[in-house]
Design a protein around this ligand. Structure first.
Ligand SMILES: Cc1cc2nc3c(=O)[nH]c(=O)nc-3n(C[C@H](O)[C@H](O)[C@H](O)COP(=O)(O)OP(=O)(O)OC[C@H]3O[C@@H](n4cnc5c(N)ncnc54)[C@H](O)[C@@H]3O)c2cc1C
Length: 145
């Protein structure tokens, strides 16, 4: 029987349902939120949101539309969609079971799935871009065979 919790981590957070899917505040234009302040737990979740919020803050400054990853494209897409549409009552963790398209989502295919964003927004150096493009060509060649 549990008499009282021996240990707990508690912190305040800002309701993530007040964010656009770009992670910009709906209330304060130009203010982006990422990480624990959005009710998530863990540095993977914080880093995933951080890169999206950072990219979108830069795109906002340039007057360009934001990057919003789909649930079928990336775990980050699932994470942010869950947060901004459902909110959370407890520190949110990114479990594979939360992703309905999880058979498509694995680290080996991440750079292929996200290649259009990498190209469009110039997010990685040309040498790495080239390596990914040749990986895509090899995969497509294998499929054709
Ligand atoms: C002991 C411990 C163990 C953990 N172990 C794990 C683990 O094994 N795996 C895991 O995934 N996660 C772990 N975590 C959780 C993980 O570290 C956090 O979820 C993650 O660091 C949150 O990142 P964040 O960027 O949202 O916040 P933080 O990393 O807390 O960053 C917030 C930053 O804002 C700064 N700041 C605060 N107020 C102001 C202000 N007014 N002006 C300017 N700057 C300000 C702070 O100094 C800080 O640098 C652990 C946490 C702790 C404490």
């Amino acid at each position: 029987m549990l008499l009282r919790p021996a240990y707990a981590v508690e912190y305040d957070f800002a309701p993530p349902t007040q964010l656009w899917p770009s992670l910009e505040s709906r209330r304060v234009e130009g203010l982006f939120f990422a990480g624990q302040i959005n009710g998530t737990s863990g540095y993977e979740e914080a880093a995933g949101q951080g890169i999206v919020a950072g990219i979108n803050a830069a795109l906002k400054c340039r007057g360009e539309p934001p990057v919003v990853l789909g649930r079928h494209e990336a775990y980050i897409g699932v994470l942010i969609d869950d947060l901004v549409t459902k909110g959370t009552n407890e520190p949110y963790r990114m479990f594979t079971s939360r992703a309905e398209h999880r058979l498509l989502l694995n680290h080996g295919s991440a750079e292929i799935r996200l290649l259009p964003y990498l190209e469009l927004h110039n997010l990685i150096p040309p040498s790495r871009l080239q390596r990914i493009r040749s990986k895509v060509a090899q995969v497509n060649g294998g499929r054709r065979r």
